[in-house]
Design a protein around this ligand. Sequence first.
Ligand SMILES: [Zn+2]
Ligand SMILES: [Zn+2]
Length: 300
Amino acid sequence: MIEKACLILSFALFVSVYSAFAMQDEGASSVINFLPEGPLENESYQRCPICLNSIVPGEDYIAAGKDVFNCSVDHVCHVECLRAWLEGPAVKEHIGTCPLCKKISINERLLVMQAVDDGDLRKVWSFIERGGNVDERDDVERTLLMRAVCAEKFNIVKCMCDCNAQVDAPDKRGATPLMLGVHQRHYDIINYLLVCSADVNARDFRGHSVLMYSPIGDVTMIDFLLAQGANINMCDNTGATLLMLAAKQGERRVVRFLLSRKADVRAHDVRGWTAVDYARCNRHEKIARRLAALFYKIKD
Ligand SMILES: [Zn+2]
Ligand SMILES: [Zn+2]
């Protein structure tokens, strides 16, 4: 049983590696000699989804759903059928997807993610041309666009946007590509995302705004985002505004700048705390005094 599992696994690896080579060298070819013993145990596995014939005892089969495509449901098919499916002449026109769920193979996904990270436009374009999903996600739910932003590959960002990828598709924390671009100070990328209608007032699952993704103390970025229409008083899920966060961190320059832009000194979070409380609690006395003076002046 363990032996069989090992064989299946090593075949899956072989298919992955082989198709990687096949993409580069169409002339390559190999014969797989894999002969599992005995009949399949599960009745539902007995029909091959590619040729639609029954898998009879003695025939080569593989748990393709699990090992090749990472499907939620497994599909067992003939080894020969799967190889023809992945490597056949059709591969030039369509991406190697699961014959049932249409999910792309683990191998294809790895290849396109790597191409994005490398800024390899030719490979990314080939993926899209063969019907690959422009909003394909990696294992941590980042889209191709988001990966391109993280890798600072402007050419790929432009390609994905021009191919109508979802510009604000969030990752598993709810962060958008624009937020990641802002955090990493990629101005050319940020500009292009904004031109493509990225939401400058998007919030992640904790309520953090694009503005809050500015690197700590980066007044230039905050100024830039405000000019793009970012809301200075937007708060996170705890009710904290950028002014409160800057006060908490003792960022005097940022506090001064936000005040010059008329940030709301009287805003309070869900506990009723204002920016003054944030500064005071974190022993930033100078900031607390400045905020308090403004707070009471405004209150009167
Ligand atoms: Zn078959
Ligand atoms: Zn599937």
